[in-house]
Structure formats: C-alpha cells, structure tokens
Design a protein around this ligand. Structure first.
Ligand SMILES: Nc1ncnc2c1ncn2[C@@H]1O[C@H](COP(=O)(O)OP(=O)(O)O)[C@@H](O)[C@H]1O
Ligand SMILES: CC(=O)N[C@@H](CCC(=O)OP(=O)(O)O)C(=O)O
Length: 263
C-alpha cells in the first residue's frame, strides 16, 4: 500500500537556525497530501530558562521538568515555537493548526512514576488511548496539525513529553487508519557512525546493528530517544521510519530517500 500519511518531526537545532528552518518549512509546505508536523524546541526552552534563571537538566535525553520548568516549556513549546511555526507555514500556503496533546484530548499521558530518577512533570504517553478522531477530521478537511511536545494527565496538569515520542506515538496510533512514513528531521544527514563526521551516515539500522552501535557507544545524547522511538514505531505497525536532514524532507517523502532507514 502507498504511503498516505507523512508524520514529520523537526528538532530544536533546526528550529533555532533561521535559514535551515525557512528552507525546511518551505519544503514541508510543498509535501502533497496528508501530513502532520511535530516540533521540539529543547534548545530554545533551555535558552529562555537560562534568561529566567531556571537551569536545565537532562537524563538520557529527557529534561527533568520541575514546577518552574513546566511553566517555561508550556510557554515556549505551546506558545512561542508552535505559533511561530504555524504562522510561517501559513505564509507558505500550508493550512496549519497548532495543537498540544491536551487539545481535543488527543494525547493523554501519565506523569512518569518516580523510580531512581524523578523526572518531574514528564508525561509517558498512553499510545493505545490516543484520540485520533479529531486528527482524522482535520486531515480530511485539508488542515495540517502541528504539535507541540506537551501532553496532559486528564486532571488539569500539562506534562512535558519528548517530541520524538509524540511523533512515534501519533504514528503508531494513526497506522490503524493510514499507511504511515515517520520521518525524524534534524541537522545531521542521518545517524552517523562518527558523530564528528557529518558524512558518515549509516544508511540502514536494524535491531542487530542497533545493539552493536549501543555497545560501541556510538549513540549518545538526543539520538538515543530518536532510535528508541523509531524502533517502537516499527514494532507497532508504522510502515517506514527515516532519520535524516531537515533539508532532505521533501525527497524523503518520495521513494528516493536520503538518511538512515530504520527497519
Ligand atoms: N551517532 C550519532 N549520529 C547522529 N547524531 C548523534 C549521534 N550521537 C549523538 N548525536 C547527537 O544527537 C543529536 C540529535 O539529538 P537532539 O539534539 O535531541 O536532536 P533533536 O532536537 O532534533 O531531537 C545530534 O545533534 C548529535 O549531536
Ligand atoms: C521530556 C523532554 O525531554 N521533553 C523535551 C521536549 C522538547 C523536545 O523534545 O525538543 P527537541 O526535539 O528539540 O529535543 C524537552 O523538554 O527537551
């Protein structure tokens, strides 16, 4: 079956680079058919937190989100970044609508239980409880949903959820109705064998190669949640997952893909 829905995630390093963001959004707007954008913005939240005297801490690529931090990320992801992206997409002729996971109750989550680490107001998504109805309705009217990486607990609490996880959860839930290609866009050409060498792209990663790369400690920081989520998607019905450069987003919606294919 042909791919009939593209779910595309764009990370904070792209959003923070005006030239790269501009070219990414132009290309995203040019993708024909149904599509959803999920954005990060971790870098911007860190910078604005710094200005407010609120320090950022990460464990395994996830932000420790205390009471002050959840306010910062709600403002930055749900406000500044989301609305700027929507306005820019509108200027490129893409009829975008900005959402968080709380809107239309699309992404319910639970506050991550405290084990060795207290992540604070970080939400783990209930993939099986996602409400895809409102999204299908928007897609059917030609509107393009743009998600901030925020979820909610149903009791009035906004939660911070890694944007890669939001993207894979939406891709899994929507795979029931569509044939989905999930594309992670960032500022590198793919998963690299040597993170200092931008051209050392690994074209294909299966579970065996993934285990080897983990053992060799080639994967660190933000690439870890990306790959965990990519495999989670593949294992749960998503047809195709790609990790590639933001500039390659348009070609990555065609059969001629660039970057790292996860299988
Ligand atoms: N082997 C690797 N290949 C590519 N990127 C890597 C690798 N190891 C670590 N990284 C780092 O992971 C980062 C991507 O994660 P992150 O900064 O969270 O991106 P995003 O905001 O797009 O999700 C890259 O910018 C890079 O610095
Ligand atoms: C829980 C958690 O870590 N949430 C992320 C959400 C933003 C994000 O994922 O942004 P990037 O895609 O730009 O990294 C954070 O606050 O950093």
């Amino acid at each position: 079956m042909m791919i009939d829905l593209f779910i595309i995630k764009v990370g904070g390093n792209v959003i923070d680079n005006p030239a790269l963001l501009q070219s990414f959004l132009e290309k995203f707007a040019a993708i024909p058919g149904k599509k959803i954008l999920i954005h990060g913005g971790g870098k911007i939240a860190t910078r604005i937190g710094d200005k407010l005297g609120i320090e950022s801490k990460y464990v395994d690529g996830r932000r420790i989100t205390d009471a002050d931090t959840i306010d910062v990320v709600t403002m930055v992801y749900g406000g500044l970044v989301n609305k700027q992206l929507v306005a820019k997409l509108q200027s490129h002729g893409c009829n975008a609508i900005g959402l968080t996971g709380a809107d239309a109750n699309i992404i319910p989550a639970v506050k991550r239980p405290v084990k060795e680490i207290d992540y604070g107001f970080v939400g783990d998504v209930y993939t099986e409880k996602l409400h895809t109805g409102p999204l299908k309705a928007l897609l059917d009217t030609g509107v393009t949903p743009v998600f901030a990486p925020l979820t909610h607990d149903g009791n009035g609490q906004i939660l911070n959820t890694n944007a890669d996880t939001i993207a894979s959860s939406l891709a899994i839930a929507l795979s029931e109705h569509y044939s989905v290609r999930l594309i992670y866009c960032f500022e590198k050409k793919g998963v690299l064998r040597d993170s200092a060498d931008d051209n050392a792209v690994i074209n294909l990663i299966n579970k065996e190669i993934y285990q080897q790369l983990l053992a060799e400690k080639i994967l660190t920081d933000g690439i870890l949640p990306k790959l965990q989520n990519a495999f989670g998607a593949i294992d749960n019905g998503v047809k195709e997952v790609l990790i590639g450069h933001a500039d390659d987003v348009l070609s990555n919606t065609t059969p001629k893909v660039a970057g790292t294919l996860i299988c």
